[in-house]
Design a protein around this ligand. Structure first.
Ligand SMILES: *Cc1c(COP(=O)(O)O)cnc(C)c1O
Length: 499
C-alpha cells in the first residue's frame, strides 16, 4: 500500500511507503498523505475479530494500512501501547447511557482520547526510521489546543533518536492541561507557550515543516522534522481501530447483529477522529450517518450545512478548548476522498488566500450531506447537557463529550432514529473539572481545587495521572510569538543562529 498527497500528487509522482508517510508527516507539496486506495474488509473479516482482544483487532486492522510492517511487529507495538500499565481499565470502555453508547477513549496516561493514537505512534515512528534507512534523528513539532501536546509528550518521552517540542496557545488551555505539559518529564522534550491561538501555532508549525532553509539547517545538525499532529497518517490508523472494535463489542453485547447499521457521533475539532470513523465505514463497517458535533467555533457544522468553509470569523475560547479550531486540517482528507486531488488543491489554495474561504460544488456538498450531519452546541447547551446527564443518568461527561451528547440527542430527536449511536467520549471529566463543576452549579472553583471538589461532589476518584501533577516541578516557562517559533526550534535542536 502506497501513500500519496491530497494535493495533486499524482502529477508530481510522489508516492511513498507507509513507513515513509509516518516519518515525514506532511507531504512535500503541503498536502496530507492518504493511501492510494482504502483497504476493504474481506468476507468474514469482522466476524473473525469478534472473539479477539483489542490488541489483536488492532494488529489486524493496522496491517491493512501499514503494509511494510509485519503483523508481528504491529501486535508487539499494540500490546505495549495498550498495556495494563498504560490503560489500567483496558484500552476502551463503553457506557450505555440514555440510549447512546459512549465509547470512553480516555483511560490512558493523559486522560484524553489522544492517548489511543499517541501511545502507539512513537513505536511506529521508531520502526519507520529503521525501515526507511534514516540516519538522522526525528525532531517532532506539535501544535496543541491542549490534549495532543501532553499525549504526544507522554508517548515520545525518552524514545531513542527522537526529540519533541510542543507549542501551546498561551492562555488557551486549561490550568490542568498546562500543568500537565509544563511538568513533563523526559530528557528529549521541550514545551513552549505561543502568544496567539491554536490556529496561529498550527499554521506556524506547518510553515516550519515546509521551510527549505530550516530543513537544511536542522539537517546539518542531524535531524529531520516529523509531526505528531493528526496531519500525520500514523495518528489516524490507530483511531480507525476503536470504531471497528466498538462495533464488534456492540455485537458481542447483543445490542446489534453483525451487519446492522449504526450512527457515529464525534465531538470534532481538527476532524481527525471523525475522519477515522469515516475511513472505517469506507473499509466496510456498517455505518449510516456521522454526526459532526462542533462547539461555538462552528466552522465545520456551517460547512456541512452550506458547503462554504469560511475561516474568517470570530475565534471563541470555549469550555471545550480542544475543539477551539477554525482550520480543521483533516477535512482536507475527506474532500480528497470525495472530490479528488485537483479540486482539493484548489480549495486549499482558496483557504490560504485573502478570502480565507472556499465553496465546494453542489455535487460534493450533496455527497458530504449524504453521510454527515453537522450540529453545534453553544456554551449553554454544553453546560445544560453535562447537568442533564449527571442529574438524570448519574453519568458525568466532560465538556467535549457533552458537545457530542447534545448533538447526538438533537439528531435522534429530529429524526426519531432508533439506530444505536456510538458517541466518542474524548476526555475524562476531571481534565475539565472546573467547567464540569460550573455546569453542576458549583461556580468559580478552579485548577486543582476543582479536582478535589469534583471528586467530593460526584463521589468518584481523581484519575492517578491527574492527581499526581499538582506537586510536580515546573520545568518549562518559555514563551514566544508565532514568528519566533522557527528560532525556538533551532535552539532546541542545539543550533545557535548567527546574525
Ligand atoms: C482533540 C480533541 C477533540 C477533537 O478531536 P479531532 O480529532 O481534532 O477532531 C475532541 N475532544 C477532546 C477532548 C480532544 O482532546
Amino acid at each position: 500500500m502506497n501513500y500519496i498527497s491530497t494535493r495533486n500528487a499524482l502529477r508530481t509522482n510522489e508516492s511513498v511507503s507507509s513507513a515513509c508517510a509516518i516519518k515525514r508527516g506532511l507531504a512535500g507539496n503541503g498536502g496530507l498523505y492518504m493511501p492510494t486506495k482504502i483497504p476493504q474488509f474481506k468476507e468474514g473479516f469482522l466476524s473473525s475479530l469478534l472473539s479477539r482482544s483489542y490488541t489483536e483487532r488492532a494488529a489486524e486492522i493496522l496491517s491493512l494500512y501499514l503494509t511494510d510492517y509485519t503483523k508481528d511487529e504491529l501486535l508487539e507495538d499494540a500490546t505495549a501501547a495498550y498495556s495494563k500499565e498504560k490503560f489500567p481499565e483496558g484500552a476502551t470502555k463503553m457506557a450505555n447511557v440514555n440510549g447512546n453508547a459512549f465509547l470512553e477513549l480516555w483511560h490512558g496516561p493523559t486522560c484524553a482520547f489522544k492517548d489511543m493514537a499517541l501511545q502507539l505512534m512513537p513505536r511506529l515512528l521508531s520502526r519507520a526510521l529503521k525501515k526507511t534507512g534514516e540516519d538522522k534523528k526525528a525532531l517532532i513539532l506539535v501544535a496543541t489546543s491542549g490534549d495532543t501536546g501532553k499525549a504526544a509528550l507522554e508517548g515520545y518521552r525518552d524514545v531513542d533518536n527522537i526529540k519533541i517540542q510542543v507549542f501551546y496557545p498561551d492562555g488557551g488551555v486549561s490550568q490542568v492541561q498546562k500543568q500537565q505539559m509544563v511538568t513533563q518529564e523526559g530528557s528529549n522534550v521541550e514545551v513552549t507557550a505561543v502568544y496567539g491561538n491554536f490556529d496561529d501555532a498550527q499554521t506556524a508549525v506547518k510553515r516550519i515543516f515546509l521551510d527549505k532553509t530550516l530543513i537544511k539547517e536542522i539537517g546539518k545538525a542531524g535531524y529531520i522534522f516529523s509531526s505528531a499532529n493528526s496531519i500525520n497518517f500514523g495518528r489516524l490508523v490507530p483511531q480507525i481501530v476503536y470504531y471497528v472494535s466498538a462495533y464488534l463489542d456492540l455485537v458481542n453485547e447483543g445490542r446489534i447483529a453483525l451487519g446492522d447499521e449504526i450512527d457515529i457521533c464525534v465531538p470534532t475539532g481538527n476532524f481527525g477522529n471523525i475522519l477515522a470513523a469515516y475511513m472505517a465505514k469506507k473499509m466496510g463497517l456498517p455505518v449510516n450517518k456521522f454526526i459532526c458535533a462542533s462547539n461555538k467555533n462552528n466552522v465545520l457544522t456551517d460547512f456541512i450545512n452550506t458547503g462554504v468553509y469560511n475561516k474568517k470569523r470570530d475565534f471563541n475560547l470555549t469550555i471545550s478548548p480542544s475543539m477551539d479550531i477554525l482550520v480543521s486540517s483533516n477535512l482536507e482528507r475527506l474532500l480528497y476522498l470525495i472530490a479528488g486531488d485537483i479540486k482539493t488543491r484548489n480549495w486549499m489554495r482558496d483557504l490560504r488566500s485573502d478570502s480565507g474561504a472556499y465553496t465546494v460544488d453542489y455535487d460534493t456538498l450533496r455527497r458530504i450531506q449524504e453521510e454527515f450531519v453537522g450540529i453545534y452546541a453553544t456554551e449553554d447547551d454544553t453546560k445544560a447537557t453535562i447537568n442533564r446527564y449527571y442529574k438524570d443518568c448519574g453519568y458525568l461527561i466532560d465538556p467535549h463529550t457533552a458537545v457530542g451528547a447534545y448533538a447526538c440527542d438533537k439528531y435522534r430527536e429530529q429524526n426519531g432514529s432508533l439506530r444505536p449511536v456510538i458517541v466518542a467520549s474524548t476526555a475524562s471529566p476531571y481534565k475539565f473539572a472546573s467547567s464540569c463543576l460550573d455546569a453542576l452549579g458549583y461556580k468559580d472553583i478552579d485548577g486543582f481545587d476543582a479536582l478535589y471538589k469534583l471528586a467530593e461532589v460526584t463521589n468518584t476518584v481523581i484519575p492517578a495521572p491527574l492527581a499526581e501533577i499538582k506537586d510536580k516541578e515546573v520545568r518549562f516557562t518559555n514563551a514566544c510569538t508565532p514568528s519566533d517559533m522557527p528560532s525556538s526550534v533551532l535552539s532546541f535542536a542545539g543550533i545557535v543562529k548567527e546574525n
